[in-house]
Design a protein around this ligand. Structure first.
Ligand SMILES: [Mg+2]
Length: 349
């Protein structure tokens, strides 16, 4: 299957980072403000910071820690014979929380290691989502049966692409949902995360984006409380075939602050501009809502579909942490390697 080649893994994670970086400067701007600042067509180029790089935010940071957590869970499973992946990814999220300026948790102080913590740039705080921060600060872990809040914010779906790269589609769906439940108690927030993971896995099996969306809807029909996600995915498909402008269509899906809307906007943009990565990302961020998260999800989907070679080179060159993000994509693609070196890179906790 050609889609299993490494360029699609790289496209998925790098694509997400570019959408995040494109949308970040306008995350909190209304559309009229975006147009006033950047012109009638909105923001169509990366905004570079003082060091010449466009900045990624919590969406990409947490995606990186999700990927790291998955690889460390695999190390545990291979070496210990047993592993609960969401627990190992929970430790990865605690490392992310530490990068955001919060103290280490004393009862799990052994988990604060690994190569991501050696990257100074990852310690930047870029408007991290409140549901993620507040739930990770608690002593107890959220689960599907014992949620610690009722959030359906987009903070779970925006970080969930790596599940679809690393696991078969049904396992990706389940583990993405269980991992989402660590920080998001509402079923819709969890199902949006499972949906993105499932859809990425479908795309890697060579499905078109629209077929992957239909198959995700079918998958959701077997789940309780999935109507909100199903409805936004159906909207995304029908609106992508309509005569409505991008802005009009996106406004009918929502603003993307909540999981199912962010997913719907990402799917809409990826279907409508499936042959034009640049235009898909531009459409995905120029609205009054959560531009970096809708950009990240669009980039994940379309990057997995079209591969790294279809992503504008100058955007890749001008965005921070691309080398590290590519490294994670390569490691997710790689077959597990036994030995001390791999364990040192991805210890099983
Ligand atoms: Mg963000």
């Amino acid at each position: 299957m050609k889609k299993r080649e490494i360029e699609y893994f790289q496209g998925c994670l790098v694509g997400g980072a570019l959408g995040d970086a494109l949308g970040w400067p306008i995350e909190f701007m209304k559309l009229n403000e975006i147009k006033r600042t950047y012109g009638e067509n909105g923001l169509t180029h990366l905004v570079l910071s003082d060091d010449g790089k466009a900045q990624i935010t919590d969406d990409t940071q947490m995606t990186m820690f999700t990927a790291e957590g998955l690889l460390r869970a695999e190390s545990r499973l291979t070496n210990k014979g047993i592993c609960h992946a969401p627990t190992v990814i929970y430790f990865a999220f605690q490392r992310w929380l530490f990068t955001q300026g919060y103290p280490k948790k004393k009862d799990i102080d052994f988990i604060y290691d690994g190569w991501l913590l050696e990257i100074d740039r990852l310690f930047a705080s870029r408007a991290p989502g409140n549901s993620c921060i507040s739930s990770l600060l608690k002593d107890e872990k959220g689960t599907k049966d014992n949620p610690t809040n009722n959030s359906k914010g987009c903070g779970a779906v925006m970080r969930s692409a790596p599940f679809g790269l690393f696991l078969d589609k049904d396992t990706a769906f389940e583990i993405a949902i269980e991992t989402a439940a660590l920080t998001h108690g509402h079923p819709t927030g969890q199902l949006a995360a499972g949906s993105l993971a499932f859809m990425i896995a479908e795309i890697l099996e060579d499905q078109s984006i629209i077929a992957a969306t239909f198959n995700t809807i079918d998958k959701l029909r077997n789940e309780n409380e999935s109507i909100e996600c199903i409805s936004k995915l159906e909207d995304a498909i029908s609106l992508s075939q309509s005569d409505l402008s991008d802005v009009e269509a996106i406004s009918m899906i929502g603003e993307g602050w909540i999981g199912e809307e962010a997913l719907g906007i990402g799917v809409f943009c990826a279907i409508r501009y499936q042959n034009d990565f640049r235009q898909a990302l531009i459409a995905s961020v120029n609205h009054s809502g959560d531009s970096d998260s809708t950009g990240a999800i669009t980039g994940n989907i379309l990057g997995a579909y079209s591969g790294i070679d279809c992503i504008p080179k100058e955007w890749i060159q001008n965005t921070e942490l691309i080398e590290e993000i590519t490294q994670l994509a390569n490691d997710l693609h790689r077959v597990y390697e036994d030995g001390d070196e791999w364990w040192r890179k991805y210890p099983g906790y």
